[in-house]
Design a protein around this ligand. Structure first.
Ligand SMILES: Cc1ncc(COP(=O)(O)O)c(C=O)c1O
Length: 421
C-alpha cells in the first residue's frame, strides 16, 4: 500500500520525537502536520548542544571559528536542499517575517509604477505583505482568482491577469487549506514570458515537507520556508534570494558587509538543525534508491515521500481493508475534489450537519489530532467562496502509517453516522 516497507517506516518513525504520543495528551495519531511537522530527534539533540554555547560568531577563538563553520555548512546543505546554485540563503524570525522582507525589498526595489500580482490561493503571509508594500509603493495589488473546484491555481489562471508591467509576482507552492500544490515553474515561465523583469517570490512553507524543491528549475527570485514545518524546530524561518533580489536595498547595518540579509547575531543552533533536516533527506534517499550523489539522494527522498503520502491520502479517500473511505462516508464533502493529482498529503473536509469544531473534538476524543480551519483571515480566502464557515484539516506526512489512516477512518465512520442521525 505504501512506498515504504514496514521496516523502513519503523526506521523513519524512530528518527522523530513524539510520533505516537503527545507529552500533554498521551497516545495520539498526529494528523496536524500542516500546522507543524514532527521534529527529528537529531534536531532536538543539536538544539540542546548549541543552546549551551555562549560564544558569538566572528571572533578569533576556536568556539567562534567552529560556529561559523557550522553556519557555512548549513548554508551549503540548504543550497543542496533547495537546489539553488547561486543567490543568498539566510535565516530570519519566521517564514512570515522573511516573506514580508523579501516582498518589501522587491516592491520597493522594482522599477517605478507597475503592478504587484498574486493569487487568492495564497496564505495571508504573502497576500498581506504585498497589500502593505504595494500600497506604500503606489502599485495596484492584483489577485488572480484560484479555482474553487480544484483548490489550486494554474499558469492559465495567471495568464489572464498578466501585463508587461508586473513588477513583483507571488506564488504559493502548496495551499495549507486545500492541500493542493501549484506548478511553480509553469507559472513563473508564464510570468516571465510577459513580464521578464518581474521579481517572483514563492511561499514554499507548506510544500517543503512533501518532497521536492528545485529552485534551479523554477526561474524565481525568492523562496521561503518555515523549518518547523519540515522536521526542524520552531524559532526561525529560512529564505533563498536570487542574486538580483539579494542585491536590492534592504534592511541592513550601515557600513556592514554587502549582501548580508541577516539582522543581528545569528542563532547557530537554527542553522545546525537545518543541516540535520538535510542529512535526514539524504539518509531517506539512500533507503529508497541506489543514488550516491547528495542532491540525487534528496530528490529520491522527495519522490518517495510523495508516493507514500499519496498512498495514505488515497486510502483515506477511498478506504482500506473493510473501512470505507471519506468519498463513501455519508455527508462528507472533500475540498478540492476527491481525485486531485495536485494533492500533497492533506485532506480538508466538511461533515454536513456537524460543525467542524465538533468533528475535530470528536476525533481528538479518540486520540486523533486534526485542526479546524475557519473562514477567518487565514482561510476565508478558500472557505468564503465555497460558502463554508469552516472545515476539518487532516494533514499527513511521510512518517504517518497505514494503521493511523485506518484508525482515522474507523473514527470517521462513527462520527459521520452520529452526524446523520
Ligand atoms: C503556506 C503558508 N505560508 C505561510 C505560513 C506562515 O508560516 P509561519 O507561521 O511559520 O511564519 C504558513 C503557516 O501555516 C503556511 O502554511
Amino acid at each position: 500500500m505504501t512506498a515504504f516497507s514496514a521496516d523502513l517506516l519503523d526506521s523513519i518513525r524512530a528518527r522523530f520525537a513524539h510520533v505516537e504520543s503527545c507529552p500533554f495528551q498521551g497516545p495520539r495519531v498526529f494528523f496536524e502536520n500542516a500546522g507543524g511537522a514532527l521534529t527529528l530527534r537529531s534536531v532536538v539533540e543539536t538544539s540542546t548542544t548549541y543552546a549551551a554555547i555562549p560564544d558569538n560568531q566572528g571572533r578569533d577563538n576556536p568556539a567562534s571559528h567552529a560556529l561559523v563553520k557550522v553556519i557555512d555548512t548549513a548554508k551549503a546543505d540548504a543550497r543542496q536542499f533547495f537546489n539553488a546554485p547561486d543567490g543568498a540563503i539566510f535565516v530570519g524570525e519566521s517564514g512570515t517575517e522573511l516573506t514580508f522582507r523579501l516582498i518589501s525589498a522587491a516592491i520597493l526595489g522594482a522599477a517605478e509604477g507597475g503592478v504587484v500580482l498574486g493569487s487568492t490561493l495564497e496564505h495571508p503571509a504573502s497576500r498581506s505583505a504585498c497589500a502593505r508594500w504595494a500600497g506604500i509603493a503606489g502599485k495596484p495589488h492584483v489577485l488572480v482568482p484560484h479555482d474553487n473546484a480544484t483548490g489550486t491555481v494554474t499558469a492559465a489562471d495567471y495568464r489572464k491577469h498578466l501585463t508587461p508591467d508586473v513588477r513583483v509576482a507571488t506564488i504559493i507552492h502548496t495551499s495549507p487549506v486545500t492541500g493542493m500544490g501549484v506548478d511553480v515553474a509553469a507559472i513563473a515561465a508564464e510570468i516571465r514570458a510577459v513580464a521578464p523583469e518581474a521579481f517572483i517570490i514563492v511561499d514554499g512553507i507548506q510544500h517543503a515537507s512533501h518532497g521536492g524543491i528545485d529552485i534551479a528549475h523554477y526561474g524565481v527570485d525568492g523562496y521561503v520556508i518555515s523549518p518547523y514545518k519540515v522536521f526542524s524546530r520552531h524559532g526561525y524561518g529560512l529564505a533563498w534570494a536570487s542574486e538580483r533580489l539579494a542585491a536590492l536595498p534592504h534592511d541592513s547595518l550601515v557600513g556592514g558587509p554587502a549582501g548580508n540579509w541577516e539582522l543581528g547575531t545569528r542563532d547557530t543552533g537554527s542553522y545546525a538543525t537545518f543541516s540535520d533536516v538535510v542529512e535526514y533527506f539524504r539518509w531517506l534517499g539512500g533507503q529508497v534508491s541506489d543514488a550516491t550523489d547528495p542532491r540525487a539522494l534528496i530528490e529520491a527522498a522527495g519522490a518517495a515521500i510523495h508516493d507514500h503520502e499519496q498512498a495514505l491520502t488515497d486510502a483515506m479517500l477511498h478506504g482500506t481493508g473493510n473501512l470505507k473511505g471519506l468519498a463513501e462516508l455519508p455527508g462528507v464533502t472533500v475540498i478540492g475534489g476527491i481525485d486531485n493529482l495536485a494533492r500533497e498529503g492533506l485532506v480538508s473536509l466538511i461533515v454536513e450537519g456537524m460543525p467542524s469544531v465538533d468533528v475535530v473534538a470528536a476525533l481528538n476524543a479518540q486520540g486523533i489530532r486534526v485542526h479546524v480551519r475557519k473562514a477567518d483571515h487565514y482561510s476565508g480566502n478558500i472557505l468564503d467562496p465555497l460558502g463554508r464557515d469552516s472545515c476539518v484539516r487532516v494533514s499527513l506526512c511521510h512518517y504517518n502509517s497505514p494503521a493511523e489512516v485506518s484508525q482515522f477512518l474507523s473514527a470517521m465512520a462513527g462520527i459521520t453516522a452520529d452526524a446523520a442521525d
